[in-house]
Ligand binder design. Sequence first.
Ligand code: NDP
Ligand code: MG
Length: 382
Amino acid sequence: MTKNISILGSTGSIGTQAIDVAKMHGIKVCALSANKRIDILEKQIRQLHPRIACVVDKDAAKALKIAVADTDTEVLSGEESIQEAARIEEADTVLNAIVGVAGLLPTLSAIDAGKNLALANKETLVAGGSIVMSRVKEKGVKLYPVDSEHSAIFQCLQGCPENSVKKIILTASGGSFFGKTKEELKNVTVKQALTHPNWSMGAKITIDSSTMMNKGLEVIEASWLFDVEDKDIDVLINRESIIHSMIQLKDNAVIAQLGTADMRIPIQYALTYPERLPSPAGALDLSQIVGLSFYKPDYETFECLSLCREALRRGGLYPTVANAANEAAVALFLKEKIGFLDIPGIVSESLGSFNGNKTDISLEDILNADKETRKQIALRSW
Ligand code: NDP
Ligand code: MG
């Protein structure tokens, strides 16, 4: 079980919930990090007394340094500093709760420093799965999934003999726009897309849930974590987000993990594995649930899901390109520069025009494909 943790992205939705778990179980926090929300970071520093706090934005870091001058926490600044937090000596585990591909280099730094990883940052695996997984093996560190579906699958797998799984059944809530037609999606607003029926999460992943890109990213994430192909991963909508995912075994038995929609359950399992300890999350009361509903996803309307599956099948750098295009498109949508359906449009165009695919991928190839995809999107006038 984790004794000393570094939390990357501590000011976000996952980061703050990880702090709840750490406090409840007496896990020492030695490092925190953020992009620029220093008001939240200052409160966390005063509560948790980490040795270092790292802030990407240099002006924000300067202001934080002054604000916490009376504490023993050292404030580091710039993108590079996040990697310091990832390899800090005291930590046995690094929880990566950064949003986006910005989490990739810190993930690699943590692995290279021999840390176990609790990984929420799915973009790390989507963009750089081949490198991340081979370095995990090489360094002999543990990689625990935090994403609720992947944690559910990991939990279902406990006690199953090797090679006994036939299929992974990844559940999805369906997001804000479940059941809508393409026509109805044309003019949906940012505010509508940011309203998730079951989960309270950061802005980027909430938009990804509304386009179902999130589920596409999760199919790719599952393929790396559990070494399965696209054809062996089913996606099933469970509108109530009670079943967090399932596995079907070779004898057709199905094992599911259920719980309230509270990320502190999977976060805690990643930090305390294999222990099962009391949780700050509430208990599930199935007698209060009117029913569970299941649907097949609408792959035509929610094109991002199909595009991710296609990227996974094509392999190589295609998932990196799909992820970069989506990050750029979501940023444009949040700024109201493009419409909702432009998100799948941009992902599709980026995949269609990409022709630099390879099988033996280096970190440089990944970083270049990510950068080039964003550059092509930025060059267009929106
Ligand atoms: P949030 O937007 O709430 O938080 C993101 C965190 O990352 C913040 O601390 C933010 O700092 C920091 N950050 C943002 N940009 C950078 C950057 N360029 N470099 C370093 N740090 C940065 O996101 P979530 O907590 O919702 O999601 C985090 C990750 O976990 C994502 O990959 C998401 O897909 C995944 N996840 C989230 C779930 C959830 O319930 N929220 C569920 C499953 C997976 P600042 O606050 O200063 O902006
Ligand atoms: Mg998830």
